[in-house]
Design a protein around this ligand. Structure first.
Ligand code: NAD
Length: 510
């Protein structure tokens, strides 16, 4: 087994009302590390009773605690301290994340800095925030009274877990909500770091709670809990569909960041080397376990053969190795069950396309969830490896002849998360970007995002947006307050003699 990071507790526990606690029923589950799949720690396994306790703590902190009522500046000061504490654990976080999820250590580093920036960003946003106010001269003042929604249930996946958690925690807390976080069961290790971060930053007790456990028990109980006001979920589309249905009886607000099968369209006029670098990085970084991975590359016919050859050559040289090795570019996939699923797709791909790189376990790595960077060319649109999310280091390359065909191929999947367009033709860049059914388009770039921009998908890739003020909108209710100035004009039911100037139901308008 790889060296276990220093300073781990004897067991991972829930964090409820400011205390680390075992499950009410004492249940635990085994946590494994992906280079050997050996158990290295146990984690408390929550169910309905643990969720009940965590939601009660969050409810109490929301209804009676100071957090939702603080001045924005006061909350922002705490969020700034959170950011500083997150920055301070950069190395420790990278080590834990890499060990627990198999993320190459070089790619794990810097994640805390990005997560910290996100807290600073939302701290700035709530201080600078303006809401609508409208005046009807002499008659009314109307304004928006923004209020935190309440107890937020946050359910997160196992890919870059700490970062994913930060995308939800920062806007939820900035808005004044209190939260119950249910981290992914494959990778519970880094979530524990939030405890020290929030305690050192002075977050009031009960504002932040964690319940570990399986989706079917802890996650399900959180989704169905009547005292939880909203669910922010990131994970697979099928899980999202189930959660959507389970939120209905209690009418919760929902934000869903789901799966993807994102196209990268490479036109013949593109900067060839830049497109090559970015499309390789786009699908093989983060072990290909990336929702925005450019897992389908559509290449214009006139450069297709050259592109495929160059791509395959580079893919064969992608360094596969242990996550802890700073030279490693692609490491072990998160879990044997996920590895098995990805390997099934590799087998399916062998009959659907032309394998031009990878496709098997790399030499010298006999155990653990390792797979070479795998490239299939000539993949038809009907292929399963073209249509379905694999979530591993596997890419499908397909040729196209015209711009229209490229757009049609790009849109011919159920997903619509990210997309990438490579061209030096300015008009085409706009036209194709607008025609693609995706929540996000990058032109001549891989996935580099300004924190102010919306993040989210369309079609089967999600509902709503995270990022920027849209996140604050999701975590808050916007109550409209209408104040009459001067006399009120009301249709006088039951009185004799209606005025000719009666405004009726339409009211005075603006
Ligand atoms: P998953 O859907 O299996 O699990 C995600 C979370 O949901 C976990 O915490 C799990 O315990 C919980 N869960 C499972 N069943 C549940 C239920 N019935 N009720 C409540 N909670 C439940 O997803 P995963 O395998 O952990 O993550 C990979 C998926 O996440 C991929 O599809 C990927 O594309 C997607 N993802 C999307 C984005 C995005 O922003 N669009 C980002 C990262 C990952």
């Amino acid at each position: 087994m790889a060296t276990i990071p220093a300073g781990l507790p004897d067991q991972l526990r829930h964090y409820i009302g400011g205390s680390l606690v075992d499950s009410v029923n004492g249940e635990v589950f085994d946590v494994i590390e992906p280079t050997t799949n050996e158990v290295y720690i146990q984690c408390a396994s929550g169910d309905r009773s643990d969720i009940d306790a965590a939601v009660a703590a969050a409810r109490e902190a929301f209804d009676s605690g100071p957090w939702p009522h603080m001045m924005p500046r006061e909350r922002a000061r705490i969020l700034y301290k959170v950011a500083d504490e997150v920055t301070a654990i950069n190395e420790e976080l990278a080590a834990r994340e890499s060990f627990d999820s198999g993320l190459p250590i070089r790619q794990a580093k810097g994640q805390a800095l990005r997560a910290a920036e996100n807290f600073r960003f939302f701290a700035d946003l709530i201080v600078a925030q303006v809401d609508d106010a409208y005046k009807m001269p002499g008659r009314q003042i109307n304004y928006v009274n923004r209020k935190p929604k309440g107890v937020a249930g946050l359910i997160t996946p196992w890919n870059t877990p700490f970062m994913q958690e930060s995308w939800k925690l920062a806007p939820a807390l900035a808005s004044g909500c209190t939260v119950v976080l249910k981290p992914a069961e494959f990778t519970p290790l880094s979530a524990e770091l939030w405890v020290q971060v929030f305690e050192k930053a002075g977050l009031p007790k009960g504002v932040f709670n964690i319940v570990h456990g399986y989706g079917e028990s802890a996650g399900d109980a959180l989704v169905k809990h009547p005292d939880v006001n909203l669910i922010s979920f990131t994970g697979e589309t099928t899980t999202g569909q189930l959660i959507f249905a389970n939120c209905a009886p209690t009418m919760k607000s929902m934000s869903m960041e789901l799966g993807g099968k994102s196209p990268a369209i490479v036109f013949a006029d593109a900067d060839f080397e830049a497109a090559l670098d970015s499309t390789l990085f786009g699908v093989f970084s983060l072990n290909g376990e990336r929702c925005t991975a450019s897992s389908r590359i559509l290449v214009e016919r006139s450069i297709y053969d050259t592109f495929v050859e160059a791509y395959a050559e580079r893919a064969k040289k992608v360094k596969v190795g242990p996550p802890s090795d700073p030279e490693t570019e692609l490491a072990a996939l998160v879990h044997p069950s996920h590895y098995e699923r990805v390997m099934e797709y590799v087998e399916i791909g062998k009959s659907e396309g032309r394998l031009v790189a990878g496709g098997g376990r790399p030499e010298g790595l006999p155990e653990g969830n390792y797979l070479e960077a795998t490239v299939f060319a000539d993949v038809p649109r009907t292929a399963r490896i073209f249509q379905e999310e694999i979530f591993g280091p596997v890419v499908a390359i397909t040729p196209f002849d015209t711009e229209e065909e490229a757009i049609e191929l790009a849109n011919d999947v159920k997903y619509g998360l990210a997309s990438y367009v490579w061209t030096t033709n300015f008009e085409r860049a706009h036209h194709v970007s607008h025609a693609i059914e995706a929540g996000m388009v990058w032109v001549n770039s891989h996935n580099v995002r300004d924190l102010r921009t919306p993040f989210g998908g369309v079609k089967a890739s999600g509902l709503g947006h995270e990022g920027g003020y849209r996140s604050l909108d999701f975590y808050s209710n916007q109550q409209a307050v209408h104040l009459t100035l001067g006399d009120v004009h009301t249709t006088r039911f039951g009185a004799t003699g209606y005025s000719q100037n009666d405004p009726g139901l339409a009211g005075p308008g603006n």
